[in-house]
Design a protein around this ligand. Structure first.
Ligand code: SAM
Length: 361
């Protein structure tokens, strides 16, 4: 069916609400918007991207700054989005990042806006990003050893990342969270050292289970480090106790960290998180709606379906029409991502066509 303005439309999704927020048929509401700014990255993490040979989106296909600001506005003003995370690819690769953030901030003075980044080049931009209105950052860092870092990311940039994190702390972009993915036989032995470092610096370290979203399709369940294994490894050096604060849709299972033998009633030395998307999925509490850098809605990281909002926008759709397509896209969000019931053979799990870097992690 085609409606006014020549905007291509499917029949409206049965039962989807026509007002209010981003609900789905399982009673969840998405209030946390993850928006990818670009699919390109300046690292090539082995568990995410191939060494080379990625086809990048052309500049014309990427949302421009005005389109991004408008889409965020629709999310916040019409769909009850309450939190925004900018990601990629690598968002710092976009030279107009400060301009994008300033535009969002001007329209939404109180919106929490965070950035997921590898921090390469952040040392020169942290203060400017803060001035533009960025609230805080998450930095990905899988190893504190230059050689392992270079093997894992295929780029010798550890020093640059550490400088970027320091600059972010100095610019007031905290609380800083550090994301680490552990790979068997590569950096898994570093887990306690990463915790020690993060706790000493006052950062919250979050281990993310490796997910089957790599472009090379090399993930296997046998080869991944599970949340249970991470906890066991950390408990050889630290006492972990569940963080009593409510999880409230957060992906990370949080733990207080103390020295072995420390009084459990004493203040913890720090907090860590474990994001167990594969072995302890949290789909029932998911509050996320994802937008790719070419303006498509994905209701789940593992979706096979996308709804192209940028295309609608460029055809002249109104904010109300775009909001309604967004509601419909989220209404059919699957109950779960499909790996949890697949069993060890994972024969029922079909990896999405886009890899993590092209979805926006
Ligand atoms: N370039 C930015 C960065 O490095 O944080 C943002 C994009 S990156 C895709 C976002 C996060 O996804 C990173 O923390 C990265 O480690 C994580 N990631 C990428 N591929 C993954 C996979 N297969 N399994 C788990 N996490 C992955």
């Amino acid at each position: 069916m085609t409606v006014a303005l020549g905007i291509p439309r499917t029949l409206s999704v049965q039962g989807a609400p026509t007002t209010g927020g981003l609900l789905d048929t399982f009673g969840r509401q998405a209030t946390d918007m993850r928006l990818s700014l670009i699919d390109k990255c300046n690292l090539r993490c082995t568990y995410c991207m191939p060494a080379d040979g990625m086809d990048w989106l052309s500049k014309a296909k990427l949302m421009n700054a005005d389109e991004i600001v408008r889409l965020v506005g629709i999310g916040v003003d019409q769909l009850q989005v309450r939190e925004l995370r900018l990601t990629g690819g690598e968002p710092l690769v976009r030279m107009d990042l400060e301009h994008i953030i300033a535009g969002i901030r001007a329209a939404h003075p109180d919106l929490p806006v965070s950035l997921t980044t590898n921090a390469v080049g952040l040392d020169k931009r942290a203060a400017g990003l803060r001035a533009a209105g960025l609230t805080r950052i998450n930095v990905s860092l899988d190893s504190l050893h230059a050689e392992t870092f270079a093997d894992l990311t295929r780029r010798p940039f550890l020093d640059r990342v550490l400088r970027g994190i320091d600059a972010a702390a100095e610019a007031g972009l905290g609380p800083i969270k550090i994301n680490a993915v552990l790979l068997k036989g590569i950096n898994d032995h570093e887990a306690p050292d990463l915790v020690q470092w993060a706790v000493a610096k006052g950062y919250e370290l979050r281990f993310i289970e490796q997910m089957p979203l790599d472009e090379d399709h090399t993930w296997t369940r046998d080869n991944m480090i599970t949340a249970g294994e991470i906890r066991a490894r950390l408990e050889q050096r630290f006492a972990l106790r569940p963080d009593p604060r409510e999880r409230a849709g957060a992906p990370a299972d949080r733990w207080e960290v103390r020295a072995l033998g420390a009084d459990p009633a004493s203040a913890p030395d720090g907090i860590i998180g474990i994001i167990a998307s594969v072995t302890e999925p949290f789909c029932a509490d998911c509050t996320r709606t994802r937008v790719t850098a070419d303006g498509k809605i994905r209701s789940c990281l593992f979706s096979h379906d996308e709804v192209p909002l940028l295309q609608l926008m460029r055809l002249g759709a109104s904010d109300a029409e775009i909001a309604q397509r967004w509601r419909e896209a989220m209404w059919v969000k699957p109950k779960a991502h499909g790996m949890d019931h697949a069993g060890l053979g994972d024969e029922h799990y079909v990896q999405p066509e886009r890899s993590m870097s092209a979805i926006g992690g």
